[in-house]
Write a protein that binds this ligand. Structure first.
Ligand SMILES: *[C@@H]1O[C@H](CO)[C@@H](O)[C@H](O)[C@H]1NC(C)=O
Ligand SMILES: *[C@@H]1O[C@H](CO)[C@@H](O)[C@H](O)[C@H]1NC(C)=O
Ligand SMILES: *[C@@H]1O[C@H](CO)[C@@H](O)[C@H](O)[C@H]1NC(C)=O
Ligand SMILES: *[C@@H]1O[C@H](CO)[C@@H](O)[C@H](O)[C@H]1NC(C)=O
Length: 482
């Protein structure tokens, strides 16, 4: 019994009635993409049907004749109706690399016996253009969304990096001169993908996007960038313009919290950068040779590009280890990671770094937190402790502490040297004591006018003479009194 149903079903499939009807449809395609113009239809005889794709008055794009031959028209170099598809009664046409001028009306005609079915398709090509294509920051910019042909009653909205843009908000300072056109001043915050969305009757119909590049200062990427530097080390203050730009009159300034200009640290120097002689003209970074504790704060680099004055601020954050070292030998030493600005720091940890004989370093994690307590005796073999500070994006920087900086440790690490020192000091003390005693004894003898040590006498000759003088005068005085 079931075989009969299968046979019936198959016969229906082969001799089925035409499923398509004359109709209109609209297709939106982004310029450069592949557009699909639908034409799905199952004629009574797949082989005998004539299919004809035409565009307005411009004639044939694609055609299949009754004998099954397929033919591509002169205007159809970029169109394709896949053969595999034609075999199952689908005649949708693909236009590769669609162009604005491809927008318009197309017709797919299916001739099934005496019946002619017309399937009309309107192709609307959407395109976003930016002028100038790569604007310099602060220059005038125009974003335009074009749809060809323009759909009556459609609305245009914009998305920047997938967020809907309110052109009237102050964030971009755009004005909407015409439908689908945004005009304003190029800013670094406009970088990214701009997508124009076409809707009609509240339904999204299509969209097109473009990536916008604003030329200017690419590093630091914004005025809120922080540069971390260990006190005593060298740090590069970056100021890199877009490739190919030649900024003129670059100026570096240091600002106080209120924005007034402060004198620059003397070690700020461009020629000390490692790659200095080979820096391209668009890199006007400088190096601070030795960061001091007081050097943290706001810095600004500025230069002129194509007539526009561009500037970028950055914040230098200094880092050093605060050491709390009690005077007694046995006590622990407290190390605190100190930063001039901790607003970006989410996490602190201390790691122990030891140098290996094979010129590598091994790192072991010691403890979480900003404060580390170490024992100056048991922890003295470490090469260095490194405090790492982390932000949301990962490690921001680190500060190194060398245990050799601990006072009192030298005696512990160098016992031989220390005993020698003790010996030298003891001998010195003994010598001084002997000299003092000798002097006292000599004075005693001298009073008795017994000079048994002529050698010593010459050493203390002057004092002795003075003393003799005094003694003589005293004797005279005594005599006069008597
Ligand atoms: C912009 O679009 C491209 C391609 O779709 C994507 O790879 C990129 O991540 C997008 N950029 C942004 C900032 O969203
Ligand atoms: C900048 O640094 C270089 C190398 O360290 C040095 O030769 C030069 O004198 C420095 N210039 C100034 C102005 O400090
Ligand atoms: C270097 O020595 C350390 C231990 O002293 C060892 O763990 C490491 O694998 C060595 N590295 C190389 C490259 O030999
Ligand atoms: C500390 O920072 C320097 C420079 O960024 C880096 O080379 C070094 O590996 C860091 N040390 C540790 C232990 O993370």
């Amino acid at each position: 019994m079931w075989q009969i149903f299968v046979l019936w079903g198959m016969s229906q499939l082969v001799t089925g009635r035409c499923q398509c009807e004359s109709g209109n449809s609209e297709v939106y395609a982004e310029e450069g993409s592949q557009a699909t113009l639908p034409c799905v239809c199952r004629p009574t005889s797949l082989t005998a049907a004539v299919i004809h794709w035409t565009r307005g008055q411009k004639g044939t794009l694609w055609r299949k004749s009754r004998n099954g031959l397929e033919y591509r028209g002169a205007g159809g170099r970029r169109v394709r109706v896949p053969h595999s598809q034609v075999g199952v009664g689908e005649y949708s046409m693909y236009i590769h690399g669609v162009r604005t001028e491809d927008g318009g009306k197309y017709t797919c005609m299916v001739q099934d016996g005496e019946k002619h079915i017309f399937n009309k398709v309107t192709l609307r090509v959407i395109k976003v253009s930016v002028s100038p294509p790569e604007p310099v920051e602060h220059s005038k910019i125009k974003l335009a969304c074009s749809v060809h042909p323009w759909p009556a009653g459609a609305t245009v909205s914009w998305e920047h990096n997938e967020k809907t843009v309110n052109p009237k908000s102050s964030a971009y300072a755009f004005s909407t001169a015409r439908v689908g056109v945004l005009e304003g001043k190029a800013s670094e915050s406009m970088m990214g993908n701009w997508s124009c969305v076409i809707s009609s009757h509240g339904m999204k119909q299509g969209n097109a996007a473009t990536a916008l590049t604003v030329r200017g200062i690419v590093n630091p990427s914004s005025d809120s960038v922080k540069v971390y530097a260990e006190v005593g080390s060298a740090v590069t203050l970056p100021c890199v313009f877009s490739n190919g730009l030649t900024p003129s009159h670059p100026v570096w300034e240091r600002l106080d919290a209120g924005g007034s200009i402060l004198p620059l640290p003397p070690s700020l120097n461009r020629s000390s950068l490692p790659s200095f002689p080979f820096l391209p003209p668009w890199d006007v970074s400088v190096q601070m040779g030795e960061v001091g504790q007081v050097d943290g704060g706001r810095y600004r680099c500025s230069a002129t590009v194509e007539g526009y004055s561009l500037a970028r601020e950055m914040q230098l954050v200094t880092a050093h280890v605060l050491i709390n070292e009690p005077s007694t030998q046995k006590a622990t030493v407290t190390l605190t990671c100190h930063l001039s600005d901790t607003s970006e720091v989410t996490d602190w940890d201390w790691v122990l770094v030891n140098a290996n004989p094979n010129n590598t370093q091994s790192v072991s994690s010691i403890q979480k937190g900003r404060v580390l307590r170490i024992n100056r005796v048991t922890d003295r073999n470490a090469d260095q402790w490194v405090c790492r500070f982390h932000g949301k994006q990962g490690v921001l920087g680190n500060v190194t502490y060398h245990p050799s900086q601990m006072s009192g440790l030298r005696g512990e690490t160098e016992p031989e040297a220390s005993s020698k020192t003790v010996l030298v000091f003891s001998l010195g003390f003994l010598l001084v004591a002997l000299l003092v005693l000798g002097q006292m004894y000599r004075n005693h003898r001298r009073r008795k006018m017994i000079l048994q040590y002529p050698a010593m006498e010459t050493i203390v000759h002057t004092t002795a003479n003075e003393r003799e003088e005094r003694e003589r005068s005293r004797v005279k005085e005594d005599k006069t009194f008597k």
